[in-house]
Ligand binder design. Structure first.
Ligand code: HEC
Ligand code: HEC
Ligand code: HEC
Ligand code: HEC
Ligand code: HEC
Length: 170
């Protein structure tokens, strides 16, 4: 696609090292189906345990999947990967896509529990995902961008949602 130029290569390498999600295509270890789980009434926080209480929502370890999939539930090749991982004592290494640069402060707890925002507000219609997204797929354009954060902070008129640089950057 591109002719090899060392300069371009270096520019591409820096974000690739800092933010794996922005250049690596996601090839998740299991073709996880959100739609099916949400339809079956499994709450977001069963798998994203920090979404209400922590800074990070987190991605589930194989132990979480095992709770329901130890015994055959669905009988698909994808489900079999869970039991194989348990047997081999390996985790499922999910590739995170939505990842802020380390110089930004963001807390799920403050937005979900105190701000009372739904996951959908920022992540889009997760309940319609039947295959894992390959790029961050949500109401944020591209990656979570500064303009999206500041836009909502200003609209919310909350005295706890500032727009000073140091409010989000340290
Ligand atoms: C049974 C476990 C499970 C449940 C329930 C679940 N998720 Fe997930 N979620 C996952 C797994 C596994 C991944 C990584 C693979 C993928 O993207 O499908 C993921 C990925 C995501 C991502 C993308 C993360 C990223 O790095 O960009 C978002 C956003 C997300 N989930 C939100 C939700 C929301 C909102 C709900 C509830 C409406 C929910 N999830 C319910 C297991 C779950
Ligand atoms: C105000 C916007 C906002 C809301 C509301 C929100 N998120 Fe997030 N979410 C983000 C941002 C920004 C990131 C990237 C965070 C980072 O890099 O630290 C993220 C990252 C994630 C990830 C990727 C894995 C991780 O731990 O970073 C998952 C999964 C996720 N959110 C799930 C949820 C769920 C489930 C809810 C609802 C209970 C929710 N989010 C509500 C903005 C939001
Ligand atoms: C709270 C219980 C629960 C947990 C936890 C859970 N699942 Fe499921 N899973 C279900 C149910 C219910 C079904 C649908 C079964 C049916 O329709 O017969 C399902 C179906 C599946 C299937 C088969 C459908 C398909 O798309 O091939 C796969 C694969 C799967 N889950 C993967 C996972 C993974 C990976 C995790 C951990 C991140 C996980 N599940 C965690 C309850 C759960
Ligand atoms: C949908 C609206 C909305 C979006 C999008 C949003 N915020 Fe907020 N944010 C708020 C509100 C409202 C509060 C105040 C919550 C409270 O009552 O404590 C807040 C609070 C905060 C706080 C202060 C609480 C703390 O954890 O110290 C920080 C920092 C913050 N937001 C950063 C961000 C960043 C970074 C982004 C973008 C990745 C973002 N926000 C996106 C509405 C939003
Ligand atoms: C409400 C939160 C918030 C506020 C307020 C904020 N930023 Fe940001 N800033 C972000 C987010 C989110 C990013 C994107 C990080 C990423 O790419 O992961 C960012 C990125 C940046 C970057 C990196 C380059 C870029 O554009 O991506 C710079 C420089 C920056 N901000 C400077 C500032 C300055 C200067 C101010 C004050 C005028 C400010 N920010 C206010 C959240 C905020």
């Amino acid at each position: 696609m591109f002719a090899f130029r060392p300069g371009v290569f270096l520019i591409a390498l820096v974000p690739a090292v800092l933010w794996p999600g922005c250049s690596r295509k996601a090839d998740q270890p299991v073709a996880f189906n959100h739609k099916l789980h949400i339809y079956n009434g499994v709450a977001c926080t069963v798998c994203h345990v920090g979404a209400e209480t922590g800074l990070r929502a987190g991605l589930p370890g194989v132990e979480t999947c095992r709770r329901c999939h130890e015994d055959l539930l669905y009988e698909s090749d994808e489900e079999a990967k869970i039991r194989l991982a348990v047997e081999l004592d390996r985790d499922l290494d999910w590739i995170p896509l939505t990842r802020l640069a380390p110089f930004v402060l963001f807390s799920h707890n403050r937005h979900v529990t105190l701000g009372k925002f739904n996951c959908v507000t920022c992540h889009g219609d997760v309940a319609s995902w039947s295959v894992p997204p390959r790029v961050p797929e949500r109401n944020f354009h591209g990656r979570p961008g500064m303009a999206d954060c500041i836009g909502c902070h200003q609209e919310s008129h909350s005295r706890y949602a500032g727009s000073d640089c140091l409010f989000c950057h340290h």
